[in-house]
Design a protein around this ligand. Sequence first.
Ligand code: THU
Ligand code: ZN
Length: 310
Amino acid sequence: MTATRIDASKLAQNSEPFSFNDQQKNSLFAQLKQQRGILSQTDISSLCQQFQVSQLELLKACVPVASLFSVAPISKFYVGAIAVGLNEQGETNFYFGANVEFSHQALSLVVHAEQSAINNAWLNGAQAVQRIAISDAPCGYCRQFMNELSTADSLEILLPERDFNLHELLPYSFGPKDLGNDACLFSHKQSDKQFADLTIDDAKLIQLALNAYVPYTGNFSAVKLSTFTEGDFYGSYAENAAYSPSLSPLQSALSQFYLAGLSFDDKTVKSITLLETQGAENQYEVAKSVLASFANPPAFEHYIAKLSNA
Ligand code: THU
Ligand code: ZN
């Protein structure tokens, strides 16, 4: 038997990764804005067929499109991320994300691209995230945020130059178990709670608040962002064992809003509604700070409701 020798340097030269040209990028960006930053399995299959590429090649080529959603007035550093997850039907979806910065407010309020993509998956029915493709190396804060996922042990992180597992990038880590918490983000435990004496009747807002991931404070909370003509956007509170990387419900809703390609101004955003749990409230001031970064902030309604176990 003769062994075939492969010249690795030639292979590398011949395997220039697939990428979209500007016109293809813009048309995909337009489609994604309509679909609020999600590509379904059907979309993924038809794009793979159209461009004659594998799902992995498509995923990597989509990362620069994710960066187009970035709102980064401070850094002008446009980060894109795509979380790959299975929906309730077991179909693969691409959930896009990008960083969001707030002018004249604390830098700690920034939503990182990885958080935005994972939040997009979480709010829109993904059962788990298996991999995430990112335009740049994830910062320490995002590595910690991802360590809260149900899939942290196997999570693949795909970067433009090479791929990693989360545990390679976050060895000897701190996580939920260190605080005695056996739950995790995407554990899909159905909430056994209810609110008592609620004066709002938005079923989606209530359901998102009750399904918030709040193992550390118990503040089941969610936000609804209503627009004049573009529908409603929702966010839910996702906490982290290291506390600081937690994603507040308003940040969550705003990053969903930006994934529709909208801009936050008084002609677009009608109102913001925050629902929190009585006795555990902690979101009012942070929501005020975020909203203070906008000229003419919209009406802000704040509801506090008591929890009663069903
Ligand atoms: N950024 C991310 O979105 N992800 C990372 O992990 C690295 C940093 C964003 C945050 C901020 O908007 C800008 O990049 C500069 O740090
Ligand atoms: Zn980060």
